[in-house]
Ligand binder design. Structure first.
Ligand code: ADP
Ligand code: MG
Length: 644
């Protein structure tokens, strides 16, 4: 039975308006175990025919049966399977991968055939030894002679069994001695039962075969016919041990990974340049996020003085009441009623006045607030020394001073706690020092008295300037403000006060900060985008440059998916490494910017943003690697092989 049967095969090449009819109606049968030479002058269509026999190329019309199976209906991946499992190619110029060792070159077909790693290496080493290449396993093609390279390529052809061996001018690039050697090997293989088909223009080579087919101008001109005594046992390949689908997938993935690393290593400069875009893009994004986070924390810290969920009530219809006629509508009873509301946590009244202040011979002027003892907590003011008021209702002559006042009245090492100072004309004892982050007037001296002391001993006023209210944590400020407004309006008969919801104010500031961060982030993302397009560009160049490699891989049986995966992994790896370097760079840039900004900006890094950066680089790699990888996977094997 014929292992190969061609029926009315036609093949033309169309170049623009010109059409070249290369194969004209080829009919041919080759039996299993034959050794055939196809001979003809250069340009007669021998290689075209051999490529069709090897399922690298398809006929325009006619049928090609391998082992009785018509190849016309097979998908690209099914054809790859035929090449992988039944066919071994030997080319005139060997087509080895220059960056891989002899052993790795021989292993390639087995990787795509899903063979376990150790069996693969074992068999590759055996084949190399059998072909007289022991000791040369770890040499790269450039370190081997032509004859040796051709023997490596024969080993590669045999890796998966190769019932059919197709050799296109296998001795064309060799000296006569090496040529003889290769022909002897092909003879031996034929004796073992491999079907061997040699294409040559050299009669001396053709005479090694038992059957010679002459081809001229795309037609079979003469055929010496099948040798009757040549019937041999059909070659039966050793049973292949392939591993589970998953193991095979993981193996191929690892293989793709090392191929990608290899490619990156061979083109270090290009890889580095590609990465630059990603490095700076990711660094920009991560730095902006970190600085934005720092700015946010800073804003939050500086407005934390406003307290959370704090509402203030001011006396008067608007902020610009003149000092000569202060509005006298808020009273202590209002504060007491507000304190009884169930959504209210803490309440403090506030009475404002300005008074001369003196300690020994140091005198100045201070703004004085009469407040409740919860005032400091409501306002988020911290006591750095001493303690809070123990009682607010009995006009105790106690005072809490701020750090400015402390520095103004006392020597740096003097302990102010317990000292008597004079406020207006009233002696009061310092019981605490508070730090008020007052960004508005940094040189102002502020002091605080119990509101009762202020009312009864200092200013004599009974009307409150304002009431500060801290709502309970789980209370929503909007409705609470509404309810307080109704309460006070009912008590006063008219709305003679202003409510100030600090929570809303705070949220507005936070919102503005977030908007700014978002804006800068968008700019940084554009930088990253440009970097990504760089990756795509370089990957496209890389695919074009490695067209020949892709052709070789396809010839030995790589599926489209394998090629796709290899280039995708390379793109993702480039982006991931670029991403890591970008994060690292950002760790340097952030503090540098903080330093230059004089501490106004601090960068705060988080694992989340680093993680997001990595996720981002991977996705970029996948998106921008996809197009080049697809281009590689869809290449025509013959055209890819022809490019060099
Ligand atoms: P041989 O191997 O016998 O020297 P080929 O089969 O390589 O001949 O080529 C046969 C003819 O087809 C030649 O004239 C060649 O120029 C032409 N040919 C081969 N490949 C292509 C191609 N991809 N596009 C156009 N013409 C081609
Ligand atoms: Mg040729």
């Amino acid at each position: 039975m014929s292992i190969i049967e061609l029926k009315n095969i036609q093949r033309s090449y169309v170049n623009g308006s010109q059409s070249l009819h290369v194969l004209k109606d080829i009919n041919l049968q080759i039996a299993s175990g034959e050794m055939v030479a196809i001979i003809g002058p250069s340009g007669s269509g021998k290689s075209t025919l051999l490529n069709i026999l090897g399922c690298l190329d398809a006929a325009d019309s006619g049928d090609y049966f391998i082992d009785g199976k018509n190849t016309a209906s097979l998908s690209p991946d099914a054809l790859a399977k035929v090449r992988r499992e039944h066919i071994g190619f030997i080319f005139q110029r060997y087509h080895l991968m220059p960056d891989l060792t002899a052993l790795s070159n021989v292993e390639i077909p087995a990787i795509y055939a899903n063979q376990p790693g150790h069996l693969r290496r074992e068999r590759a080493a055996q084949l190399l030894e059998r072909l007289g290449l022991q000791g040369r396993e770890h040499h790269k093609p450039g370190e081997l002679s032509g004859g040796q390279q051709q023997r490596v390529s024969i080993a590669r052809a045999l890796m998966n069994g190769a019932e059919i061996i197709l050799a296109d001018e296998p001795t064309g690039a060799l000296d006569s001695h090496s040529g003889e050697e290769v022909l002897r090997i092909l003879h031996d293989l034929n004796r073992e039962g491999h079907t061997v088909i040699i294409v040559t223009h050299d009669m001396k080579v053709a005479q090694h075969a038992e059957r010679i087919i002459e081809i001229q101008d795309g037609e079979i001109f003469a055929d010496s016919g099948r040798q009757q005594n040549a019937v041999r046992a059909r070659y039966i390949p050793a049973p292949r041990k392939s591993q589970s689908k998953l193991r095979g997938f993981v193996d191929r993935l690892r293989e793709s990974m090392s191929m990608a690393l290899n490619a990156m290593n061979t083109h270090r400069l290009r890889t580095a340049l590609t990465m630059t875009g990603i490095i700076f893009g990711i660094a920009a994004v991560v730095t902006v996020v970190a600085l934005g986070q720092g700015a946010r924390e800073k804003t939050l810290e500086s407005i934390s003085g406003l307290g959370t969920n704090v509402v203030s009530v001011y006396a008067g219809g608007d902020f610009a009441e003149d000092d000569a006629h202060p509005v006298l509508t808020l009273v202590m009873a209002d504060a007491d009623v507000i304190a009884r509301q169930q959504f209210v946590d803490k309440v403090s009244p506030e009475l404002l006045s300005t008074q001369p202040i003196r300690y020994l011979s140091n005198a100045s002027k201070a703004s004085v607030s009469g407040v409740g003892k919860d005032y400091f907590e409501i306002q988020g003011i911290k006591l750095t020394e001493g303690s809070n008021f123990s009682d607010e209702r009995h006009a105790q002559q106690e005072i809490i001073i701020d750090t400015n006042t402390r520095n103004k009245l006392f020597a740096p090492h003097e302990n102010p706690i317990g000292k008597m100072i004079v406020l207006g004309s009233v002696p009061v004892r310092v019981i605490g020092v508070a730090h008020e982050d007052n960004g508005i007037s940094p040189n102002r001296l502020s002091v605080w008295l119990p509101w009762s002391t202020m009312m009864y001993r200092i200013s004599g006023q009974t009307a409150l300037t304002s009431i500060s209210i801290k709502l309970k944590d789980d209370v929503v400020s909007g409705p609470a403000v509404e309810s307080l407004t109704q309460l006070l309006t009912a008590r006063h008969g008219t709305k003679d006060f202003l409510m100030f919801n600090r929570d809303k104010y705070r949220k507005a500031i936070e919102g503005a900060a977030a908007t700014l961060t978002l804006l800068i982030l968008m700019v940084a993302s554009i930088a990253l985008m440009i970097g990504s397009i760089g990756v795509m560009n370089i990957m496209l160049v890389s695919v074009t440059e490695r067209t020949h490699e892709i052709g070789v891989r396809m010839a030995v049986g790589a599926r489209r998916g394998d090629i796709m995966q290899q280039f995708m992994i390379e793109a993702v790896l480039v982006c991931l490494v670029g991403g890591s370097l970008g994060v690292a760079l950002s760790l340097v840039i952030g503090p540098l910017i903080s330093l230059m900004a004089g501490g106004v900006l601090t960068a705060i890094y988080s694992w989340e943003s680093a993680g997001a950066a990595f996720a981002c680089s991977t996705i970029i790699g996948m998106i921008f690697g996809y197009l080049p990888a697809r281009k590689a996977a869809r290449m025509d094997p013959v055209a890819a092989l022809a490019s060099e």
